[in-house]
Design a protein around this ligand. Structure first.
Ligand SMILES: [Zn+2]
Length: 314
């Protein structure tokens, strides 16, 4: 049942939101980040493309493996594992592996197969991240740069749609984080299925599926083995994000399981009413704002030494 639910979810999100209305814009980046949710999304897209009984999902996927580990040995390990996973899911489509440091590219790039694109920019990327002295802003900067990276890669490949494996738990936490960071007015776009930007669209088909549902499905369908530790694990410093995480965990331990759902359904109804009419957006995080940078991004810029953010804002 879960199986068809997941597929239906993707199908329904795609139809309701009319994401795929014109025939020539079906090319979609499918982001695989090595997490259980990433593996689940791959399996769902793979199934949906093969589907003959239920209405077939009309997308033309390109899988983007997003790497954030920095050790060359670990990156090689990811490339090896990707080869194995590719033989199970979406074998016939293009796969591209790219490091999150691709956000540092200033112009379109040709992306090669079977290498970790952008790995040469890791030192430069680390330099930007470590220039930020406040842990909360540092984490937020990482999130914003990850979106920049997705957009950069999508633009280079001339693809305008990008499906990310963010699940309900990820987005519920993000909603609380963003409230604390002062982006409350833009919450809806950040945590719902569709996030339309000028020439780029983020799609979150798993926004109603919880980590728990995904882990049960993955376990029952043997998808567990298709997860890779791609993300850099760091020593956790106290930040708004880590506090949100422990807050949600505490509530769950106390059996308040519906917190995430409540937060998400409330957040999806919050829209910015006094944003600029022309729809101008923050150059860094893309939320609607009348200024070049939103207040949160200004604060991030101030927390970074040596104007390392300037390159993204020009
Ligand atoms: Zn911003």
């Amino acid at each position: 049942m879960l199986h068809s639910n997941g597929q239906k979810q993707i199908q329904i999100s795609a139809q309701q939101e009319k994401i795929y209305k014109d025939a020539d814009a079906r090319e979609t980046l499918i982001v695989y980040d090595g997490t259980p949710s990433g593996a689940f999304l791959l399996s769902q897209i793979d199934d949906a493309l093969k589907q003959i009984t239920y209405k077939r999902l009309m997308v033309k996927p390109t899988v983007l493996v997003m790497v954030s580990v920095t050790d060359p040995m670990e990156i090689q390990l990811v490339l090896d594992r990707v080869k194995e996973i590719k033989s199970v899911f979406l074998e016939s489509v293009n796969w591209i592996t790219a490091h999150i440091a691709c956000c540092m590219y200033t112009e379109s790039k040709v992306f090669l197969e079977d290498v970790c694109n952008g790995a040469e920019l890791i030192p430069e990327y680390n330099d930007v991240i470590s220039s930020c002295s406040i842990p909360t802003y540092q984490k937020e900067l990482e999130r914003v740069l990850k979106e920049k990276c997705l957009q950069m890669i999508a633009n280079s490949l001339s693809i305008s749609k990008c499906m990310v494996p963010d699940d309900a738990d990820d987005l519920g936490r993000l909603a609380i984080d963003q409230l604390c960071l002062g982006r409350g007015g833009s919450l809806s776009a950040l945590v719902t299925v569709l996030d339309k930007r000028d020439d780029f669209m983020l799609i979150r088909p798993l926004c109603d599926v919880s980590k728990k549902e995904i882990s049960i499905y993955n376990h029952l369908c043997g998808i567990d083995e298709h997860c890779i530790p791609i993300a850099q694990t760091k020593i956790e410093t106290k930040s708004v994000q880590s506090l949100t995480d422990s807050f949600i965990r505490t509530l769950e331990n106390e059996k308040f399981y519906s917190t995430i759902n409540t937060v998400l359904s409330t957040a999806s109804k919050i829209h910015n009413t006094n944003s600029s009419k022309e729809g101008s957006r923050c150059l860094l995080c893309f939320v609607e704002t009348a200024d070049t940078l939103c207040k949160t991004c200004l604060a991030i810029q101030r927390a970074c030494t040596g104007d390392k953010i300037g390159r993204f804002v020009r």
